[in-house]
Design a protein around this ligand. Structure first.
Ligand code: NAD
Ligand code: ZN
Length: 357
C-alpha cells in the first residue's frame, strides 16, 4: 500500500473582511517592479469590490470571462499575453468562483512551464513551480481553493492539471465576498460540496482523514440547506468552511458516480459542473439512497428547479461519447463501486442512466 503524500495550500486566512488584508499579505511576494496580476470574475466588473483591490505600481486587473468553464486555449492566451506585456509577473491572484480560481492556478503554472496547458492535463506532468498564486473564492462549494487540480477543457479531453505545484500558495476565505451570489448559483455550487461529501463518505477509498472532514462538511451543508429558514451571514460563513472541508475530504479519497456521469454531460453538452452534478444526483437512488433522498429535500426546501430531459433527442454516437468520457474516469468509478466496477457499470447500464437525465 502506497500512501498519498499530498501537498496542501501554504497559507490560509479566514474571516469576514479578511480581504482587506490582501495588500499586506502579498507585499512580501512582490519581486521588484514585476506586477501582481488580479484575475477577477467578470461578474465584478461594475461592482464595488473592484475598487478594493490593492493595485500598486504596474499591477493590472483583468476580467476573467467565465461564460464557459476554463479551456486550455484561454489559459494559454492569458499566459502568453502576460509574458508579452510584462515579461515576468510577481504573482496571479484569482478572485471568483471555481472557474476563476482554476484559471488563476493554470495561468500561474503556464508562466513558468513551456508549451500549452493541454500538455499538462493529467497527473504530475507539470515540471516547474508556477509563479506565486492566491485564490479568493466568491462562491462556496467547489473546493477548488484547496485542491491540487485545475479542471480544464482541452482539445481532446476535460481533465485537470493535477500536480504538487497546482495548490495555491495562499487563500483568502472571506465569506463577505459570497453575499451577493444569486440563489440558484449558490445552491448549485453548494450542492457540489454536498455531493463531494456523499461521494467521499459512501466511497470505498474512505479513511478516517477523509471521513473527519467529510462529516463536518456534510453537517454544515445540512445546516444551511435544510435547517436554516432564511439565508444570512451565518450561512455564508458556514458554507465557505463546508467547501474547504469538503475539498480536504476528497483530497484523500475521490468523488464518485455523480461526478463521473456529470463529466460526460459537461464534455458533450457544456453543462456546468454544479448544475450537471445536480441533474445526475437527482437520479442516483440506486447508488446513494440516503444522500439522494436528502438532496431532493434540499431541492424542495430551497425552491430550486433541477432541469430534466437534457439528453432527449441525442444520437447513439453522442451517447457513446458521453459514456466514453465517463467510463474513462476510472478512479471515480472504483471509489464508488469497488474494484469490480466494470462488471457493475456496463455501457448499457450507463446509457440507461444518461437517458433518464
Ligand atoms: P463559476 O466559477 O463557474 O461561476 C458561476 C457563475 O457565478 C459565473 O457566472 C460567475 O460570474 C458568477 N459568480 C461568481 N461569484 C459570484 C458572486 N459572488 N456573486 C454573483 N455571481 C458570482 O462557478 P463554480 O460553481 O464556483 O465553479 C465551477 C467551476 O469550478 C467549474 O469550471 C469546475 O470545473 C471547477 N471545479 C474545480 C474544482 C477543482 O478542484 N479545481 C473542483 C470542482 C469544480
Ligand atoms: Zn465537484
Amino acid at each position: 500500500m502506497k500512501f498519498r503524500n499530498f501537498k496542501m495550500v501554504d497559507y490560509v486566512v479566514y474571516g469576514r473582511g479578511s480581504f482587506n488584508q490582501l495588500d499586506e499579505i502579498i507585499a512580501p511576494h512582490r519581486k521588484g517592479d514585476a506586477p501582481m496580476i488580479f484575475l477577477v470574475d467578470h461578474y465584478f466588473e461594475d461592482k464595488p469590490l473592484l475598487s478594493r483591490i490593492p493595485v500598486r505600481g504596474r499591477d493590472k486587473v483583468f476580467a476573467a470571462d467565465v461564460t464557459y468553464e476554463p479551456k486550455t486555449t484561454y489559459v494559454d492566451a492569458l499566459a502568453n499575453m502576460l509574458k508579452e506585456q510584462f515579461g515576468t509577473v510577481s504573482g496571479i491572484i484569482g478572485i471568483g468562483g471555481g472557474s476563476t480560481m482554476d484559471l488563476a492556478k493554470a495561468v500561474s503554472l503556464m508562466m513558468t512551464n513551456p508549451g500549452s496547458s493541454a500538455d499538462y492535463q493529467g497527473w504530475d506532468l507539470v515540471k516547474n513551480p508556477g509563479v506565486y498564486k492566491v485564490g479568493i473564492p466568491t462562491l462556496s462549494g467547489t473546493g477548488a481553493e484547496v485542491s491540487r487540480t485545475t479542471v480544464l477543457t482541452g482539445p481532446t479531453r476535460k481533465l485537470g492539471m493535477n500536480s504538487d505545484f497546482t495548490p495555491f500558495d495562499q487563500i483568502v476565505l472571506d465569506p463577505e465576498l459570497t453575499a451577493g451570489a444569486p440563489h440558484n448559483q449558490r445552491f448549485y455550487t453548494g450542492m457540489d460540496c454536498y455531493i463531494h461529501c456523499i461521494e467521499s463518505l459512501e466511497g470505498t477509498y474512505l479513511n478516517e482523514f477523509s471521513k473527519s472532514y467529510g462529516e463536518k462538511a456534510l453537517e454544515l451543508c445540512q445546516y444551511v440547506f435544510l435547517e436554516k429558514q432564511v439565508w444570512d451571514e451565518e450561512c455564508d460563513d458556514k458554507l465557505m468552511m463546508a467547501s474547504y472541508a469538503g475539498g480536504m475530504s476528497i483530497a484523500y479519497s475521490q468523488v464518485g458516480v455523480a461526478h463521473a456521469v456529470s463529466y460526460g454531460l459537461s464534455y458533450l453538452l457544456g453543462t456546468k459542473h454544479g448544475i450537471g452534478n445536480c441533474i445526475v444526483m437527482n437520479h442516483l437512488e440506486e447508488y446513494y439512497p440516503k444522500g439522494v433522498e436528502e438532496f431532493k429535500e434540499m431541492v424542495v426546501r430551497n425552491n430550486i428547479d433541477i432541469p430534466t430531459g437534457i439528453c432527449a433527442g441525442l444520437t447513439d454516437e453522442q451517447f457513446d461519447t458521453m459514456i466514453d468520457v465517463s467510463l474513462g474516469m476510472k478512479p471515480l468509478w472504483e471509489n464508488a463501486l469497488g474494484k469490480d466496477w466494470e462488471q457493475i457499470m456496463t455501457r448499457e447500464k450507463l446509457r440507461a442512466l444518461y437517458e433518464k437525465l
